[in-house]
Design a protein around this ligand. Structure first.
Ligand SMILES: Cc1cc2nc3c(=O)[nH]c(=O)nc-3n(C[C@H](O)[C@H](O)[C@H](O)COP(=O)(O)O)c2cc1C
Length: 205
């Protein structure tokens, strides 16, 4: 069983890392393979809507998005961590996720998703909602914790003091492992849910 973790902070060892690392330790204790990809400090441009990925199955910009696509395909669970910037996820991370989810054609159904958001003070639950939407448009069940998966801190290391926030990360990781195991058993017993051909209706008058 594998979990892919995405660090959307430009600070590789900042507070987002502290939150993600708390989860990583639980995954390892539970025998789950983990890989963390550092995204927030890379130059990731946004989607240009060229739709070439519809033909090729990969993004025309060959960067960390295409490098991560294979890892995403192989994982059972995806954790996305972001610092809050103006009550939103970090823009580099949003560019990355938009292109990753849009360009990849493999079935994401029942890969378990979870996000962790980190801020000095506010905008956490708006960012939490924003990130969860990537999972819920993709047939991915969302693991939940004991709060809205948030950790407080400003300067790197400050998150260490948010004991409740870090406990929430550990709870989230344990719940996620449980859910991934449940999905694995259900897949073996029942297979994935039937999927109808996509019915696309655009709202145009
Ligand atoms: C451009 C920018 C915008 C920010 N906006 C917010 C915000 O809306 N709310 C908040 O509480 N903190 C805000 N912060 C503070 C960061 O969320 C906080 O420092 C966080 O710990 C950064 O995580 P990191 O250490 O992983 O980079 C902002 C920081 C920056 C640089």
């Amino acid at each position: 069983m594998k979990v892919l973790m995405i660090n959307g902070s430009p600070r590789p060892k900042g507070n987002t890392y502290t939150a993600l690392h708390e989860m990583e330790e639980i995954f390892r204790q539970e025998g789950v393979e983990v890989e963390m990809v550092q995204v927030g400090n890379q130059a990731v441009r946004g989607c240009i809507g060229c739709r070439k990925c519809g033909e090729t199955g990969q993004c025309i910009f060959n960067d960390v998005v295409n490098e991560t696509a294979k890892k995403f395909e192989e994982c059972d669970g995806l954790v996305v961590g972001s610092p809050v910037y103006y009550a939103s996820a970090n823009a580099t991370l949003v560019a990355f996720l938009t292109r990753l989810f849009y360009s990849t054609r493999f079935d994401k159904t029942m890969k378990v998703g979870a996000c962790a958001v980190v801020a000095r003070r506010g905008g956490l639950s708006a960012t939490f909602d924003e990130l969860n939407k990537f999972f819920t448009i993709s047939g991915m069940p969302v693991a939940s914790g004991q709060y809205w998966n948030s950790v407080h801190g400003q300067m790197p290391g400050e998150a260490e003091g948010d004991k409740e926030g870090l406990q929430g990360m550990r709870t989230l990781a344990r719940n996620m492992v449980f859910l991934m195991r449940g999905v694995q058993l259900a897949k073996e017993k029942y297979g994935l849910p039937e999927r109808e051909p996509f019915e696309r209706t655009n709202f145009i008058r």
